[in-house]
Design a protein around this ligand. Structure first.
Ligand code: SF4
Length: 323
């Protein structure tokens, strides 16, 4: 793994305005992503985990500019891509691809999968039919399908095969960064392992960098070298995989891990989180987790903790570690 940063995210925010009333007054904002900073080194796999609705998918989409950021900076290979126009972005889009949870959503049922995969090549200027066909066959074979299957339609494939097609479609343009949004959560457990192993092999072979988004900590543990934990629009803990799983600090991460027997070496008592995740329109004052935290302090109601390094490149946003 190289030691330079492929992606840097600085103070990124993605707010969705909430309007109402006769004149569509601005009533507030859904703060889906709220002041998030992190980086990913070239060749690294960073796992992003959190409950559903915590903002992790929005973060992934905003990094790729599929959603426009409200504030903050996205630096890709030392270029600030935050305000590039769509024409300027096009060249970089080739290098930054997304794998979705449901490949059905981007596979046109009226096109063969070969046409769907080849379309990306056409958009990016590969006009020669023979070359496109050859590259589609090669990529289908690389993701574990047969080249001839490119002549079939999406409904003729199983869900696992469709995800292989989704991976092939992301890889056809030789990307450097892949944002994988819950790529195995819709699959049977036996198929999940095959797809995860395929993604790990491809990372080695093509030198890919992953932002791997999932709600399942077992999946995150399997594929990631570092892990970021997100709660209500913010990263609350970020560290190497070993630090997160063996030296857990944030009470939210503790609760998530305690729900999965055997995921850490230490025996843990199950921590039941009371209530549900508060609304991102009106997040709790102070620490956003204080309404559910089993270790809450009086200070937590008033002051928001910053994400700070407590040593060993282990970052935590919690008043228990003020130093
Ligand atoms: Fe819990 Fe307070 Fe830490 Fe927030 S800052 S996680 S409420 S102890």
């Amino acid at each position: 793994m190289l030691d330079h940063k492929l992606l840097e995210v600085h103070n990124l925010k993605k707010y969705y305005p909430v309007t109402g009333g006769l004149f569509s007054q601005h009533l507030g904002d859904v703060r889906a992503v709220d002041d998030v900073s992190f980086d990913i080194k070239e060749g690294e796999a960073l796992g992003l985990v959190g409950e559903s609705g915590c903002g992790k998918s929005t973060l992934g989409r905003t990094i790729l500019r599929l959603e426009e950021p409200t504030e903050g900076q996205i630096i890709y290979r030392k270029t600030d891509i935050t305000r590039l126009n769509q024409r300027e972005l096009r060249g970089l889009r080739q290098e930054m691809q997304m794998i979705f949870q449901d490949p059905q959503s981007f596979l046109d049922p009226r096109m063969t999968v070969g046409q769907s995969i080849g379309e990306a090549l056409l958009i990016h200027g590969v006009r020669d039919d023979k070359e496109r066909e050859q590259r589609v066959i090669e990529i289908l074979e690389r993701v574990g399908l047969e080249g001839q299957q490119g002549l079939r339609y999406p409904h003729e494939f199983s869900s696992g095969q469709r995800q292989r097609i989704g991976i092939g479609r992301a890889l056809i343009l030789n990307p450097k960064l892949i944002i994988a949004d819950e790529p195995v959560s819709a699959l049977d457990v036996s198929i999940q392992a095959q797809i995860l192993n395929l993604m790990l092999d491809l990372r080695e072979e093509f030198g890919l960098t992953y932002l791997f988004i999932a709600h399942d900590l077992s999946v995150i543990k399997y594929v990631s070298q570092r892990v970021a934990v997100m709660y209500l629009g913010k990263i609350v803990e970020l560290a190497s995989r070993d630090e997160i799983f063996q030296n857990t600090r944030h009470p939210y991460t503790e609760a998530l891990l305690s729900a999965i027997p055997g995921i850490t070496q230490k025996k843990k008592t199950r921590i039941i989180l009371p209530g549900s995740v508060p609304s991102p329109i009106n997040p709790p004052a102070g620490c956003r987790f204080h309404t559910r935290c089993h270790r809450v302090l009086p200070l937590c109601h008033q002051e928001e903790p910053n994400l700070r390094d407590i040593g060993n490149e282990h970052l935590v946003a919690c008043h228990l570690y003020r130093g």
